[in-house]
Design a protein around this ligand. Structure first.
Ligand SMILES: [Cu+2]
Length: 133
């Protein structure tokens, strides 16, 4: 069996490529294998990471990190995980993790409701995800 992999997602005030974009997870879409872990790194301050109810696979463990804290989650249940930064949810600081290239909960993920720009941001990420696969 392959050793579990480890990945990082940075919490940033500015996108690496476009300094006009503020408050982002980088990468905003991450593909990992089942059993891999992901560390959310507070590269810039003022951010957290929290999974979104209804946007993680059945049986998966939700997470909710404190602002400015590094958080590591181990993802063992295949599927799509939608998550957000609570202070910047309404301005669209959201991200997706796909575990095991499993998109079987896509329709459930699409049904989740969001405030403000988060709706647009999740829609854009999900569209990008579908073009990747
Ligand atoms: Cu944030």
């Amino acid at each position: 069996m392959a050793r579990a992999g480890h990945h990082s997602v940075m919490m940033l005030n500015a996108d690496c490529n476009d300094t006009n974009v503020i408050n982002v997870f980088e990468p905003a879409i991450l593909h990992v294998a089942s059993g891999d872990s992901v560390t959310f790194i507070p590269t810039d301050s003022g951010h957290n990471t929290a999974s979104k109810r209804g946007m993680i696979p059945d049986g998966a463990t939700p997470w909710n990190g404190a602002v400015d804290d590094e958080l590591t989650v181990t993802l063992t249940v295949p599927g799509i995980y939608g998550y957000l930064c609570l202070p910047h949810y309404e301005v669209g600081m959201v991200g997706l993790i796909v575990v095991g290239e499993d998109l079987s909960n896509l329709s459930a993920v699409k049904k989740a409701r969001h405030p403000g720009d988060a709706r647009k941001a999740f829609r854009a990420l999900l569209a990008e995800l579908e073009t990747q696969s």
